[in-house]
Ligand binder design. Sequence first.
Ligand code: SF4
Ligand code: SF4
Length: 353
Amino acid sequence: MHQIYYIESNQLETLFQKLKKSYKVFSPVAKGPNYTAKADYSYKGLAEGESPVFNPYRAVEPLKSFFTYAQDQAAEYFNRDEPVLDSMQVIVFGVKSCDIAGHKVQDFVFLEGVEVDSLYRLRRDNTILISGDCTDFKDVCHCLAWDILPHPTEGFDLNFSPLNDGYLVEVGSKKGEGLIQQYQEYFTPAKETQIAGRRVKRENLIERLKRHLLPQKLVSKDSVQRLMREGYNLDTWQQFMLTCVECGGCNLICNTCHCFLLADKKEGNINKKVKVWDSCQYANFTRVAGGANPLKTRTQRLRNRFLKKFDFFVDNLGMPACCGCGRCIEVCPGKIDIREVLKDVAKKLSASK
Ligand code: SF4
Ligand code: SF4
């Protein structure tokens, strides 16, 4: 087991004021009540004197937005042939388990492919992820359906679990251990009773989430690849695409979606290559220079989105490219619910047997 420490809330405040001198610290802030009467949380760079907020569930923005920006400058040419690199040291506080699990997809694409994305690598190296247990969930959350627990077990540098008047702090990496060593006066080794308290809180939340998800009868992680392959010709794709307005919101907000477009941009005498987030739901997503487009219809594009997430990524990475964060459900103006699409495929396939 990783090492676990305890820090009191007021000590955490002091620690964060210190950290802000060396790092750009981002923390979720409440955005006000939404349709579920629960606040949304949005990341903000903390200013002098501001304290981090412990968010009960994931923020509006996906974790990927710290590593690939909606628009990045990939290169300036012919003046310079190196990408513009930023060396800001960043701490992201309040990351949740779904985002950490889903981020494996981003790492796979940008670090383990045929080429390493140097800007992504640099930002990854310069970022410390301080995650936190979920203490609540949104209606759209369905991490457990993909076997992702509402508290992270790996992939974090430090993980915070609220307990009484403080937090249990679990070390998940060398970077995390380094922070603890540097600021050891704030931390004490956790007691067995405190770790037992964390276990109870975690189990209670898992039980609540199970009770929330059970009536939804969601498809399971093990069956999803078969559903995609057998359901290729179902009318599900035509049926659900009817309300799609091709805004791309589902892809852009998704923590696992990673497609980008390289474009040229001229600014004064400088020619830039910019890299922008792309969406497989856009009509021109697969259009090539000669005009051919293998994903001409919205039906094909919606199916492609699901095939990539639930078939191709299971082959490539051994996991679906979905972490159950539910962001795509909240953002879609066409009210296309990823859970319902999968359930429709499962229902139609079982009816045809
Ligand atoms: S968010 Fe909804 S309407 Fe927009 S592209 Fe995605 S599926 Fe279509
Ligand atoms: S597909 Fe939807 S639920 Fe799954 S990770 Fe992306 S935004 Fe979250």
